[in-house]
Design a protein around this ligand. Structure first.
Ligand code: NAP
Length: 465
């Protein structure tokens, strides 16, 4: 994939970039290694000062960087501004909390004595240079939610961003430099995915995090496994959205629209499969379909747009294939199911609801990365759970119910990294984020996220120590 800014609303190529030559990649690796040797000895106060400064700068830059993101990947510009604001919040959150989250842990006195120590502590030390392979769908947020905790823990970062968001990738490097981070603490490598393996195998790289598709995750995890390097993987999702008999159907339907089409439908934690109890199915379906029909599809720079184009031409072709496969096998399009007629240029797709889904359809098990919902009528919670779990993915899940017993059952039985009741899945700095099954492993955000790239060091003092 060429490294280029191509406007998905028009298909126009705005700027192309040459990949960084391998000698310059090696140079950046050396710079990163040297930077870590110095940066790892800094204290939390200094790291917090730098991160807060970066947050202030990002806050000032919001309008500009939001337009850059919209130009590169098509998200509505108001959503792009909200993404920048979310990043600022997470940076400040980690600047304030990291020291507490990584404070020394003191094992139980009885266990310390049992180990023969006079005292013992667990200290969280940084791992070193961490390679971040990131996707285009939240081009700022995906990077910041890794970088803020990683930098506060004393690691340094190398970013290999998706090839269609090079300007955002370069902005991030510039942001950290302007904030005063020492040279090499955060570097962007404009490289293709074929150059990732060599970087990951470099002895100066200690670990990697990847957010993206399953093939990309498998490739990076295989190399890292071969090198015995730590990885965190945040991969795809096909989150279920259960609407049970006691649900507030009106709120459930209104939230369902946002949950499905946020970020033009290209969010890993978007609700994608809607499993609705037969008692409330008709009421939910009518409201949900009406809400999807009312969305404004169009120019993502327009403040009134709800749904912009898909980010790449290939992404739209993949989505069209999934829909056509389902329609060909008997699914019904309650709305959408085609490209919108109004947009002649760009990679738009109409908000779509498909009913009459069967397990033979690809969309039953594959991720629909665009504004396409699948709707299922279920007889009871047992059937809802069975369909919800009948997927290779396990990122998050959403359940609408007022019944405590159903909530308990869902927490016990849903195969997912999150269960959100009476609302939609979203990421928050203070709550862990991540999945199970083919959605990946490890966690981002909260204390769990910051400890992923730490060496939990056992410090043991013998008698007299
Ligand atoms: P992708 O193709 O996997 O790209 C993601 C990143 O991985 C890009 O930087 C890409 O570089 C790189 N990459 C691709 N193949 C690679 C390989 N073989 N080795 C090393 N790096 C490789 O993902 P996408 O299709 O753009 O993004 C959508 C997917 O990401 C969806 O499945 C979505 O659910 C998932 N996602 C997950 C989360 C989460 O938190 N779980 C969040 C957002 C998105 P190039 O651009 O140069 O190819």
């Amino acid at each position: 994939m060429p490294i280029a800014t191509v406007d998905p609303a028009t298909g126009e190529t705005i700027e192309t970039f040459e990949p960084l030559p391998s000698d310059q990649v090696r140079q950046r690796l050396a710079t990163a290694g040297a930077a870590h040797e110095r940066y790892r000895t800094t204290g939390f106060a200094e790291r917090a000062r730098l991160l807060n400064r970066a947050a202030d700068l990002l806050e000032q830059d919001t309008a500009d960087i939001a337009r850059t993101m919209t130009t590169e990947m098509g998200k509505p510009v108001k959503a792009a501004r909200a993404e920048a604001a979310k990043c600022v919040k997470a940076m400040r959150w980690y600047a304030e909390r990291a020291e507490g989250l990584l404070a020394d842990e003191h094992p139980d006195a009885a266990d310390v004595e049992d180990s023969g120590a006079s005292r013992a502590v667990v200290r969280y030390r940084p791992l070193g240079v961490v390679l971040a392979v990131m996707p285009w769908n939240f081009p700022l947020w995906q990077v910041i939610r890794f970088a803020a905790p990683a930098l506060m823990a004393g690691n340094v970062a190398l970013l290999k961003h998706a090839s269609n968001v090079p300007r955002t990738a370069l902005y991030l490097q510039d942001l950290f430099a302007r904030a005063g981070y020492p040279d090499g603490c955060f570097q962007t490598l404009l490289i293709g995915s074929d150059a990732v393996e060599d970087v990951l195998r470099d002895r100066r790289v200690a670990a990697a995090t990847l957010t993206g598709s399953e093939p990309a995750g498998r490739s990076v995890a295989s190399t890292a496994g071969d090198e015995i390097k730590k990885t965190v993987l945040e991969l795809g999702g096909s989150d279920p959205y259960l609407v049970l008999a006691s649900a507030d159907v009106e709120r459930a339907a209104a939230t369902a629209v946002t949950a499905r089409v946020q970020n033009n439908g290209q969010s890993c934690i978007a609700a994608k499969r809607f499993l609705v109890h037969t008692d409330v199915y008709d009421a939910f379906r009518d409201r949900f379909v009406a809400g999807m029909r009312e969305l404004t599809v169009g120019d993502p720079m327009d403040e009134d747009t709800d749904v912009g184009p898909l980010s790449t031409e290939q992404g739209r072709a993949d989505l069209e294939e999934l829909v056509e496969d389902a329609l060909g096998r008997g699914a019904t399009a309650l709305c959408g199911g085609t490209r919108p007629k109004e947009q002649e240029r760009g990679w738009f797709y109409a908000p779509t609801v498909l009913a009459d889904i069967t397990p033979q359809m690809r969309i039953h098990r594959e991720e629909a990365f665009g504004p396409v919902a699948t709707l299922y009528r279920v007889a009871d919670l047992d059937e809802a759970l069975e369909i919800a779990n009948d997927t290779p993915f396990g990122l998050s899940s959403n359940v609408w119910t007022r019944d405590e017993a159903e909530m308990t059952r869902c927490v016990r039985d849903l195969q997912a990294g999150g269960v959100f009741f009476n609302g939609m899945t979203a990421s928050h700095p203070g709550l862990p984020f991540g999945g199970v099954k083919r959605s990946g492993y490890g966690r981002e955000l909260s204390g769990h996220g910051i400890r992923e790239f730490c060496n939990a060091t056992t410090v043991w003092y013998g008698a007299g120590g």
